[in-house]
Design a protein around this ligand. Structure first.
Ligand code: GUN
Length: 279
């Protein structure tokens, strides 16, 4: 079993990004990311801190805009419109989830698609769907980058994606198709998930349920990518995979933490640099 080291791959990709950014700085230009965080969700605070730290590490200029949970939708949309027209800002990110009174669709669709470094907009996800150059979702893009970093040939694999979220499952399926995998998407209404996972060469799990994928569901030699981040009752981080038992049957597997998570943040830096180059 080979443990896929997301921290190590992240470091390599970040070094490349850092090098490009320093060349840009030498020309007197810079790459900028605006991060908007609303409310005090503890997990979001951690994610945003990681994103800002990654900016500092790679040389991307970051601006953090923090608001209390009771901020008005108008105030957020006005800020986004200002940032859309700010030439120092190449990427705009609104950390999710949002407090309930805010309309996620209205807020996210206010972001100029060219600055949509999360890849959530209709324009960027549409380009991803068409197989065109796009700012694709950071987590699915990170998963493909991890597989390639370990020289795993995706073409021809029976790939099963469990979860159909717009952030992970759906775009992951599209990117795997682009790499010529045969893709099956399972979800909450799938009658017998095991029927599909038992025959899978590659399984991507993004369901948000601790230890969802168990050893009886997989075949020997399977490649498992765990995009889950959950907390156990003791407060420990764990993924969607019963790692201890499933890993014994795997050819490759990602740990949680240290697998997909660091890659998500790294691909955000990658997308921000890409948005700068496109501008
Ligand atoms: N919340 C959980 N994952 C994400 C993500 O990838 N982007 C944003 N903006 N918020 C999130």
């Amino acid at each position: 079993m080979i443990l896929i080291d997301g921290k190590k791959v992240s470091q390599t990709v970040r070094e490349e990004i850092k090098k490009e950014i320093s060349e840009i700085s030498e020309q007197g230009k810079h790459v900028g990311l605006a991060v908007i965080i609303i409310g005090d969700d503890p997990a979001s605070q951690v994610y945003v801190r990681n994103k800002i730290n990654a900016c500092n590490e790679t040389g991307i200029l970051s601006r953090r805009y923090a608001f209390p949970a009771n901020v008005s939708e108008t105030e957020i949309i006005e800020l986004i419109e200002t940032l859309n027209n700010d030439n120092d800002i190449n990427g705009i990110l609104v950390q999710l989830p949002l407090p309930k009174h805010l309309n996620k669709e209205r807020i996210l669709s206010a972001i100029d698609p060219k600055k949509d470094v999360d890849g959530f907009s209709a324009e960027q996800s549409g380009k991803t769907f068409l197989g065109e150059e796009a700012l694709s979702g950071c987590t699915p893009e990170g998963i493909i980058t991890l597989l390639k970093a370990y020289n795993i040939k995706i073409e021809g694999l029976n790939a099963v994606v469990i979860g159909r979220s717009n952030i992970v499952g759906k775009p992951a399926a599209i990117l795997l198709l682009k790499e010529n995998a045969t893709v099956t998407v399972c979800h909450t209404r799938t009658k017998d998930i095991k029927l599909y996972t038992k025959n899978a060469d590659l399984i991507i799990v993004a369901v948000g349920k601790p230890k969802f994928l168990t050893k009886d569901m997989v075949k020997d030699g399977v490649i498992v990518i765990d995009a889950g981040i959950n907390r156990t009752e003791e407060g420990k981080l764990c993924g969607d995979v019963d790692f201890e038992n499933v890993s014994k049957k795997c050819s490759y597997i990602t740990p949680v933490p240290g697998g997909v998570g660091p890659m998500t943040v790294t691909m955000l830096m990658y997308n921000t640099l890409k948005a700068f180059k496109n501008a």
